[in-house]
Write a protein that binds this ligand. Structure first.
Ligand code: FAD
Length: 481
């Protein structure tokens, strides 16, 4: 009698859930060849950072509030789950930056924060004359900087555009995506367009400008569709809907359960066994969709390169969501939010807030008459001050910082702190090689890696990574591995 194949997925963030969806036939549903699927999640909640909750009379996302829509993965998954009528396009554009004690609109033509036109910086009062000159020089007499192997984003930017533009203008955006520092983040892994532009040599800005190529602004909206999207039921509903449909398909979902070991089982019915505190599940194949250090710990005994996964660090962040009375609070006339450079001085201290997001400007379903729904982002890889403050103290501190930035802010009608202690993996220089070595080491085994530690940070990349791992596993199983 043939034994039904069994796949264990460890980690129930969006990557693990997407892997389970793909393993069970995606939008077509399971068929006779579909494996038994068991998903093991350490926390009580499925979805990882995707979490929506009732707050101030709306369903608000406590983690990601939207996703890139010009990559297909998240939009496609929402459609496959039947959530198409809840997809909502972002309803605001542009942003401001807090420079030298004043808010300024960010100039047009930025590519991940990097200017592509020196003229666009001319009007920025918060930038010194010499930094604007650095941009002009890059267009007309670019500095030489030879790039062959991977290098930090900061090394390229400092060499080509100087320190002020690097730390004051560009780091707040590109570093903000991973809550990391440009001097540590890998150019090849985090910002390939910058890496390639630097390898070509010549003007960085001109090279990025020609590479940017795609239309932007209102004409791009018409041609390419909106840049970002959300769901009117909250981005977290992507995870809760997946959970509901996966359970209907018979996927065994175990929350509040950590996988503690993964080992070969040469004499068992299945080639692998996955342990939890009180169970052991046989598996034909395993998908590791946990943070990288956990994947490293579970597989280090198979090959030395896999222990290297434990060196992939993660940054924590806290998000403080406020509702203010609109009559007491003043926002910049336009834009989705404000960026604040790291190291910005404030009251004989350094600001903790790194960005503000105007949630109800971005997403129409969150708007309420007379209210402003705003989120402050706090924490970077090297700034863990928020972790030692209690929620009330953090709310108070951040409210004061916001008052400095916006000028006029009322007493919050509601405020809520959400902490993500390990949410954002850091892709340091050499990241791609490290991941390639780990994947190569796993190639002989029916074990695959998935998630934001490997193939890009963000919801679409994590979904794509989970689904790709599942397709590879299905191919291995159908080949009889
Ligand atoms: C504060 C914040 C804001 C963000 N904003 C955005 C945004 O606006 N747009 C966007 O696209 N992306 C955003 N991201 C990034 C995005 O949320 C992530 O890239 C994505 O959710 C990662 O999914 P994942 O499944 O790879 O990992 P995770 O969500 O980290 O899932 C891994 C899971 O593994 C579980 N686990 C760990 N160890 C074990 C074990 N031993 N056994 C079983 N389970 C285990 C964990 O509990 C966790 O649930 C944000 C992230 C954070 C933290």
């Amino acid at each position: 009698m043939s034994v039904r194949t069994s796949v264990v997925i460890i980690g129930g963030g969006i990557a693990g859930l997407a892997a389970a969806w793909e393993l069970t036939g995606a939008d077509k549903g399971p068929d006779q060849s579909s494996p038994r699927v068991e998903l093991i999640e350490a926390s009580e909640h499925l979805g990882g950072a995707l979490a929506s909750d009732e707050f101030a009379g709306r369903v608000v996302d406590l983690g990601p509030d939207g996703f890139l829509a010009r990559r297909p993965e998240a939009v496609t998954l929402a459609r496959e789950l039947g959530l198409e009528d809840r997809l909502e396009a972002i309803d605001a554009a542009g942003a401001s930056i807090w420079l030298k004690g004043a808010l300024e609109p960010l100039p047009g033509g930025l590519v991940l924060g990097v200017p592509t036109n020196a003229k666009a910086l001319k009007a920025m009062k918060g930038l010194s004359w010499s930094s604007r000159w650095s941009a002009w020089r890059d267009e007309h007499a670019p500095r030489k900087f030879k790039v062959t192997d991977d290098v930090s984003i900061g090394a390229i930017l400092r060499a080509k555009l100087g320190s002020e533009l690097t730390y004051q203008l560009i780091e707040p955006m590109v570093g903000g995506i991973q809550a990391g520092r440009v001097d540590e983040l890998s150019a090849a892994a985090v910002f390939p367009a910058l890496f390639e532009a630097a390898q070509r040599g010549g003007s960085l800005m001109k090279s990025l400008r020609s590479g940017a190529g795609a239309p932007s602004g209102p004409s791009a909206e018409r041609v390419l569709g909106p840049l970002f999207m959300s769901l009117t039921s909250g981005v977290g509903s992507l995870a809760s809907e997946l959970e509901r449909q996966l359970r209907e398909r018979g996927v065994v979902i175990r929350t509040a359960t950590s996988a503690t070991a993964l080992r070969p089982s040469p004499s068992g019915t299945y080639p692998w066994e996955v342990d939890t505190a009180d169970t052991s599940t046989g598996a034909s194949a395993v998908i590791l969709a946990t943070p990288a250090p956990t994947a490293g710990r579970l597989t280090a005994h198979l090959n030395d390169h896999l222990a290297e996964l434990s060196s992939i660090n993660s940054a924590g962040a806290a998000m403080i969501t406020f509702v203010f009375d609109a009559s007491d609070t003043e926002l910049p006339a336009t834009g989705t939010g404000v960026l604040i450079p790291l190291g910005t001085e404030w009251n004989n201290d350094i600001m903790m807030t790194t960005a503000l997001t105007f949630l109800d400007r971005k997403w129409p379903h969150l708007r309420r008459e007379g209210e402003i729904l705003l989120r402050a982002h706090v924490g970077r890889i090297d700034d863990r001050r928020s972790e030692v403050l209690g929620d009330d103290a953090l709310i108070e501190r951040v409210r004061h910082e916001i008052t400095t930035v916006l000028g006029r802010v009322g007493v919050p009608l509601f405020a809520r702190v959400q902490r993500w202690p390990q949410g954002l993996p850091q892709y340091y220089v050499g990241h791609q090689e490290l991941v390639a070595r780990a994947r190569q080491s796993l190639a002989p085994f029916a074990i695959r890696l998935a998630g934001s530690a490997y193939d890009g940070v963000g919801i679409p990349a994590s979904i794509g990574s989970g689904r790709r791992a599942a397709r590879e596993v299905r191919e291995l199983l159908s080949a009889g591995a």
